[in-house]
Design a binder for this molecule. Structure first.
Ligand SMILES: [Fe+2]
Length: 455
């Protein structure tokens, strides 16, 4: 599985051995991978002495007693146990990375909002200093809800590592490539792909080339899973084989290093004398994963009407209330529109869930203008929304022949919790003050006749 001819540049730069590039296919599989032969124990987890003098350690992603079909844990065989990767903690301030509850009395979250892309700053920003929280929802203390962020990264983390005890992170790049060097392997990520970084996983983020910008959904609640397909059956939407988990890779780097931990909405630093990315081999089902959105197989209307957008769900994180997600990650990508006698764009809508959208590239069918790549919009709980006048007229008067929606990829983080704007989102980010004007020119077409006034 490991291609030994492909020792990564990261390995050579670190002057160490056995960082292998490569991925294993599947979602939630029980994987096993080793960067050195024989590093994994055979048929057991805790031998009296591990091979290579490694320490055995379990990373528990669910409670020990979680039902077996949800139980997730990974056994790591590492140079030092993780307790050697932390010391005493000091609190640090990352003022732009906010957690719920975050209700600013000077900010009005009730409204339909849209933003232009947040531009890169002049200063050098890493994954940690470049995270800009846009909205928060729920409560990080009780592990429900989420936050949405924009990341603006212009610098790699140097001898610096991070993990979030609060959340798993769903990363949606929009511009530029990133390398996530994690305890369990290396993920290279580019636009049109997504990655999930599990709660508690230590990693460092490097720039591969130019500046990087994208979106993050920070999930405080239960992990993302694939949605049930119901009558759709065993195929289509996101298929398990298209998810990729990295093979084992480790660093043996004895340099002074900073570890930053997000815990209960607060940030802490601790200093150690080595890299914590020292897992030589691991087995289990709690691991980072990436997915190419171009492999998402959309299913939709083939005769009439427009299904609910849940038909485009890629991942869902449950809330404990059946069918009511803590977060759904929904993808609007290229597809054919064929419905007869049908208003084809998303219909007008008022929703108990709150909907945060981002544009990865191209043009979104309900908003041909203004919702641009890198931009975001928020249609909060019970706030009506729908196509703007241009989209309405085009859809109402257009010839209903089969048509391809091309060059389009947008997504939605949809949550059962109302989303609160941060002060950054309300006052510093490029908010479009005129967004709600997009519905101004919708006409009254009711004139008392069954035909209506379509002039
Ligand atoms: Fe909606």
């Amino acid at each position: 599985m490991n291609d030994l001819s492909k020792i990564s540049g990261l390995t050579r730069a670190a002057g160490i051995s056995a960082l292998h590039e490569g991925y294993m296919p599947g979602f939630g599989n029980d994987f096993e991978t080793e960067a050195l032969p024989g590093a994994l124990p055979d048929g057991m987890n805790s031998p009296q002495r591990c091979a290579y003098g490694l320490y055995g350690e379990q990373l528990s992603g669910t409670a020990f007693t979680a039902p077996s079909h949800q139980n997730e844990r990974t056994w790591c065989y590492r140079i030092r146990p993780a307790v050697k990767h932390v010391g005493r903690f000091s609190k640090i301030d990352l003022p732009y990375w906010q957690s719920a509850p975050n209700v600013d009395p000077d900010v009005i979250s009730l409204g339909q909002y849209r933003w232009d892309p947040v531009p890169h700053a002049q200063e050098s920003l890493t994954w940690l200093t470049g995270m800009r929280t846009m909205t928060t929802a729920g409560d990080v203390y009780t592990q429900v809800g989420m936050a949405s962020h924009i990341y603006l990264v212009t610098a790699s983390m140097q001898d610096e590592y991070f993990y979030s005890a609060d959340s798993e992170l769903l990363v949606v790049p929009q511009e530029g490539r990133l390398r996530f060097c994690t305890e369990l392997g290396v993920i290279d990520l580019e636009p049109k792909e997504i990655a999930i970084l599990p709660r508690g996983l230590v990693y460092r983020v490097e720039l591969i080339d130019g500046p990087a910008r994208g979106f993050v959904c920070e999930n405080y609640g239960q992990k993302f899973d694939l949605p049930g397909r119901g009558p759709i059956g065993a195929n289509c939407m996101a298929n398990r084989r298209d998810f990729k988990t990295p093979v084992a890779a480790f660093e043996e780097r004895e340099t002074r290093s900073r570890v930053v931990i997000k815990w209960q909405g607060q940030f802490h630093e601790t200093w150690i004398g080595h890299s914590p990315l020292d897992v030589v081999a691991w087995h289990g089902n709690y691991a980072p994963v990436k997915y190419d959105l171009r492999t998402y197989c959309p299913v939709g209307a083939v005769l009439f009407d427009h299904p609910d957008p849940s038909i485009f769900t890629v991942l869902t994180a449950p809330s404990g209330v059946e069918g009511t997600a803590n977060i759904d990650f929904v993808l609007f990508r290229e597809r054919w529109m064929v419905a007869e006698n049908t208003f084809r764009p998303p219909w007008y809508h008022k929703n108990v869930m709150s909907e945060l959208m981002g544009n990865i590239y191209g043009e979104y069918d309900a908003k041909p203008q203004g919702f641009v790549p890198g931009g975001m919009s928020l249609h909060n709980m019970m706030l009506p929304h729908g196509p703007d006048n241009e989209a309405f007229e085009k859809a109402s008067f257009g010839e209903l022949k089969p048509g391809k929606l091309d060059n389009t990829m947008s997504f939605m983080f949809e949550t059962r919790f109302p989303q609160h704007l941060t002060r950054f989102a309300a006052q510093e980010a490029p908010l479009q003050d005129d967004y709600i004007d997009c519905w101004d020119s919708l006409k009254k077409r009711f004139d008392g006749t069954p035909e209506g006034n379509w002039d």
